[in-house]
Design a protein. Structure first.
Lengths: 166, 448
């Protein structure tokens, strides 16, 4: 039995799907896994669409980020297991590992803002609307979160620059 | 700023992806429903099991454990099963029918059995106030058929003696007292030792006076017998008096009581004897004197064969004891066994299997039901906080009963021992259990 799809979900689907995929791929670096995460996040959003449809982007980003980090940790455990498969060849693997570790070390609010602002590429206004705070607060959290990320990733670049460690 | 981590190929988000998302949403919804159904079913199953277990335990006396019994709060309903570990003192009218005082959450109630002690159930959890839980010391009781007597109140406001004529279901005050320290019934003929002081082991110097009162109608009406003191000069100044009444027949009885004499450092015991239904009393010597005058118990196998066990001050579970026998109704006594070392000199060389040093005799016991004499040669001794001992040579030597230990009996407890005859006996140890013998030799555990 399939529930009728609300028109607003249909209209928002493509953008949310791409958003969820982008966040997941930046963390996981694997196309099929990122698609799986995006579908899971969209399915969960669909089940609670009545309460989400006004600001769904932030919620989808959060779910996609959490799912991705969980999958990344599971994958890392598998890779550490000698008998496990080592089939993933990703030249950004070290950077993604550092990124996941750095994100996990952030306080909840900073992590939320950093993910929405820099992983999902939402504007500061959209992040403020999603998180439910002022733009100034978003800037503060983004600045502090970014500084923490830099410390974690071992870079000294200025705000807005690339934080690549490698 | 993380564009370098992006996928170069942007994925398609069309109808196929929408279908996958909707299918996955259905799976999530179905999974959530199953979790709910399974959770609800488990809760329902657990509730059903709990309900039926509780119901079963409330209707079957043999399935209640001490744990379930102790969990139960509030008043216990009549018929509620009682574990043998809750019994404090037992008494049997015949090999099947018995009563017990038992404890539940610090309060004393009456329990009964109809199968010789295997299964017990609540008979009355509304015993009269002032009896039972005060000072952690339960009252004492005696049953003859359906008529029972309950005494031992330690508060002046409580009635000293209560009587039941319906198996313990209802109790009525008896107009006797002001304190009742012992009762003995033979049929409907009941004697009560009354005192102006409560029976207690403390020795506050107050004026006390003991007397004997008799009822010939099962405790409904009472009248005093002749005074026990020679010349009828009671009351006399004395400390509180532990008193034991031993009725051999309806007309012959002994009253063992403690008195004091300002000229000697120790209390002394007196034995009053009557052979004419209390019309006249004769004082006879009681050999519990000096250091072994702190406690005493008397028992008899016949009208003239008396056993008197004397005890010293108690210390750490031990008490010096002297066992005397009289074959002429207390006119003369012979020391048959002794154990020294607590308040008395230790014997130069230990006597093998003498009366045990371990454990206490009355009044440091629950009532004075620790010595059971079956015949002139056979007797059982259960000193409080010690093992059960048996003598088969008239009290000269005593040995622990090995069957009891292997049946779970643990020395160190408190309770009572009671015999119907030389073969049928029960020993109750509060908190541990109940055991019985049907041949006077072998013991086995009863109930749960």
């Amino acid at each position: 039995m399939t529930t009728p799809v609300p028109r607003s979900f249909e209209l928002a689907f493509e953008g949310l799907y791409r958003l969820g995929y982008r966040v997941a791929f930046r963390i996981l670096g694997d196309r099929s896994e990122a698609e799986d995460v995006a579908q899971e996040a969209l399915a969960r959003a669909f089940l609670r669409w009545s309460s989400l449809h006004e600001q769904p982007e932030g919620w989808v980003c959060r779910v996609a980020t959490n799912l991705s980090i969980d999958r990344y940790r599971r994958r890392r455990r598998r890779l550490r297991t000698p008998a496990g498969p080592i089939g993933v060849l990703d030249d950004r693997l070290g950077e993604r590992t550092d990124l996941v570790d750095a994100l996990r070390s952030l306080p909840r609010r900073q992590r939320e803002v950093v993910v929405l602002r820099y992983l999902a590429d939402l504007s500061e206004v959209d992040v403020a609307a999603t998180v439910g705070c002022s733009v100034g607060t978003v800037k503060t959290h983004a600045s502090r979160g970014l500084a923490a990320l830099r410390r974690q990733l071992g870079t000294n670049q200025k705000d807005g620059d690339d934080v690549r460690a490698s | 700023m993380f564009e370098h981590l992006d996928d170069a190929e942007v994925p398609h988000a069309g109808a196929l992806e929408m279908a996958h998302v909707l299918h996955r949403a259905d799976l999530i919804r179905t999974k959530r429903r199953w979790v709910l159904v399974i959770g609800f079913s488990c809760a329902l199953l657990a509730a059903s099991v709990g309900f039926f277990v509780a119901r079963t335990s409330a209707t079957s006396p043999t399935t209640t454990t001490g744990y379930e019994f102790n969990l139960r709060r509030g008043t216990l309903p009549v018929g509620f099963p009682v574990p043998t570990t809750a019994l404090v003192a037992v008494q049997f009218a015949n090999p099947e029918y018995g009563f017990a005082l038992a404890v539940h959450r610090g309060a004393v109630f009456l329990a009964a059995t109809t199968d010789g002690g295997g299964a017990w159930e609540v008979r009355n959890d509304h015993l009269p106030s002032g009896l039972g839980a005060e000072a952690g010391y339960p009252g004492q009781f005696e049953f003859v058929g359906f008529t029972g007597y309950l005494w031992g109140a330690r508060t002046p406001s409580a009635a000293p003696l209560w009587v039941t004529h319906d198996d313990g279901a209802t109790w009525h005050k008896a107009s006797v007292g002001p304190y009742v320290v012992d009762v003995s019934a033979i049929g409907l003929n009941v004697w009560a030792i009354t005192d102006t002081c409560p029976s207690t082991v403390t020795a506050d110097l107050v004026s006390c006076s003991a007397a004997v009162e008799e009822s010939t109608d099962g405790g409904s009406t009472w009248s005093p017998l002749s005074p026990m003191s020679e010349g009828g000069t009671s009351p006399t100044a004395a400390p509180p008096q532990p008193v034991e009444l031993a009725r051999i027949t309806a007309t012959r009885a002994y009253v063992l009581r403690m008195s004091s004499d300002a000229d000697i450092p120790f209390a002394a015991w007196q034995l009053a004897f009557t052979s004419d239904n209390g019309a006249t009393w004769v004082n006879r010597p009681a050999p519990c004197t000096g250091p072994v005058a702190a406690g005493a118990e008397i028992a008899a196998s016949s009208s003239d064969d008396l056993w008197l066990l004397c005890g010293s001050q108690a210390s750490a579970g031990f008490q010096s004891k002297e066992l005397f026998r009289s074959r002429n109704g207390g006119q003369s006594w012979v020391l048959v066994s002794s154990a020294g070392g607590v308040g008395t000199p230790a014997p130069p060389s230990p006597v093998p299997n003498a009366v045990p040093l371990a454990g206490y005799v009355a009044p440091l016991t629950i009532g004075h039901h620790n010595l059971a004499v079956a015949s002139p040669t056979t007797a059982w001794l259960y000193p409080s906080r010690a093992d059960l001992y048996l003598t088969t040579d008239g009290g000269s030597t005593w040995l622990p009963v090995p069957d009891l230990t292997s049946a779970g009996f643990a020395d160190g407890g408190a309770g009572n021992i009671t015999f119907l005859d030389a073969e049928h006996g029960w020993i109750c140890e509060y908190g541990v259990g109940l055991w019985h013998t049907t041949d006077g030799v072998h013991w086995s555990a009863l109930g749960t």
